[in-house]
Design a protein around this ligand. Sequence first.
Ligand code: SF4
Length: 470
Amino acid sequence: MELYILYMDVRSLLHRYNQPVPRYTSYPTVPQWQDWPSAETEVTDQSGASEVLRWEAAVKQTFRLQNRPEGISLYVHLPYCEALCTYCGCNKKITTNHGVEVPYINAVLAEWAMYMALFPEKPIIRELHLGGGTPTFFSAENLKRLIKGILSGAELHPDFEFGFEGHPNNTSRAQLQTLFDQGFCRVSFGVQDLDPEVQRIINRIQPLENLVEVTKSAREIGYTSVNFDLIYGLPKQNSATLSSTIEKILDLRPDRIAFYSYAHVPWKSLGQRLYDEADLPSADEKMALYQQGRLAFLAAAYTEIGMDHFALTNDPLAEAARENRLHRNFMGYTTTKSHLLIGLGVSSISDAAIAYAQNTRELGHYLRKTSAGSWPHDKGYFLNREDQLNRRHILNLSCTGSTVLEHDFELTKVAKLFMTQLLADDLIHFDGKKLRITAAGKLFTRNICSLFDAHLWGSPQAEKRYSQAI
Ligand code: SF4
């Protein structure tokens, strides 16, 4: 009976807080960023420096302050995939022509060379992540050339961590071995769902044997961390199919599990028009799927890490969470904190602590720009002091579950109303200085972070939504 009451309580809270809220891998979030003039039409701002020059200055400043001893993080976006998964919201290019590999790697190395030219000393690489797209679309030989090219003028941090995203269908032992030899010890496999009917409708036919095989190979080679990505809310997914998927993946005991919410945005991700909305679980069913997965992972002795992530208790991510050392960036949760994250490749995002920049999402444009020796950015944001304070609070909440407010910190009027609601629902505790997420509030971390999203609260929709809700 008690469990039932608990479930009903959570359900009513899930209903109340089931609002579109950013995942806060950046603050301010990307929709707030400004378009930057392209190099051909560049204009100067009031201080006389173009956006690009301001970006270069931000990178140089953060590099100078942080390269030693902290090191820098790198993300490389490898956009090609051989087949379209219909649910996909990533920036990708579908092709079976592997002739695209070398020109793309040349473009990434050209972009990296532009950053290298800004650095007064060798960069110290602390973290390197290959994402996509499908990084394992690229041959082992080309991946080796890419990594060697990036590392040739750099030093490795003593605690460097390299990881990549692998597709269970096309990650070969040669690729796993080659990347391992280059220093990679983390791999993340996109599982999403193992039910044949769900796989059929999302056009990602991926037999369990493939996942078993690549997981086994990774562990035999020496990878110390294997992550599985799962998605809840996919078409044709229901409690029974999810239960069966979870049972199978728990048998493989991944070190980490990312359990993401499916985002249905058919106006943006055209592949999502290939199935009927009636195939999607209802909002209620989707919430129940999330709870089902979460409880299954907790019951299997995984630790919940902030938002959407679970890790085995002895995994470094769980250890970092216990010791309040977690950090969060565009790559998700990480144990390493670097103030300078450089994103290379089409659509990649870079974070220089006081500024963000995003590369063009258009592949042809990216290739042309980099081959001409021009920066491929097309939007970005320079943070003011208020943004920096809000970002720190959002990071603190999402990584450690609490934050301490400055004595003169003021939430907006609407955010204060929202805070009253969070307090009434016992999702946060606030003593006038320290704001802490309660055990019940953990599930709503994203909503609680939004307290500090001044851009969200400044919008007319937020005024309407939350002024009326209370
Ligand atoms: S989900 Fe991954 S493999 Fe599928 S199309 Fe998107 S990026 Fe490519």
